[in-house]
Design a protein. Sequence first.
Length: 277
Amino acid sequence: MVTEHQDPPATGVQGELHQDRFVGEQDLTRWTSPGGQALARAARKISNVLGPHATLILTLAAGALIAAVLTALFSEVYESVVEADGVAGLDHPVLDAAKSVRSPALNLIITGYTDVGGTIGMPILASVITVALALRRRSWTPAILIVIAAAGSLLMTIAGKQLIGRTRPLLADAVPPYEYSASFPSGHSLNSVVIAGVVAYLVILRLKSRRSRIWTAALAAAFAVTIGLSRVYLGHHWFTDVLAAWILGLAWLALVITAHRLYLTSRKHRAPAPAGA
């Protein structure tokens, strides 16, 4: 008797276990370092009590606290470097170079583009993607990841601005509409790294082709980089504010991805054994 082949499920919990567990040949639930194995054991124990999604939220909250501490520490280092005019020595030459290539038409185009990563454009874009992924996968996991990642990014931006309070470039060197909040870190740059990174990660999990995974990662990186550079071009941020935001965004993104890997690990160990096993 011939048994008809059935494709692995693509939605719900089973879809996550079958579709999201591997990136190429890499098993995201396999932890090789002692630290990773300890985290996985802790996540499994918590999951047994609270459930996988609650564990994911708790892990992301812990990651947000770590990100907040990193932001504070990074702010102290950043302030010391700026005062010593170290990396900050790039700021004025880069701004002068940006001013030299401005034109009315280009200013209009880049202003429209940078608004995509702003306080209105980015939440709308993130909300649409979140709803689409959650409905398509019939899972709350994409929504939890994107919402908490965005919230953490916003808190890091607010904390950094409060801690440093760095002044933006002079209005005479900026393209209107002007902005008046503190310059460090660039919220547009930080948010674009985090949101584009999380979305790219979720998409890559379902891609089978190595080439398509590379293209997805490259597009996300290009979006984050160009949003950041648009802030410098418009004179709304110093280059080092953007550079710092990229670093903070990548650190928070790494924590979010780690939290999701721990969630998948917990799911795998809670999954019932296949029939006949």
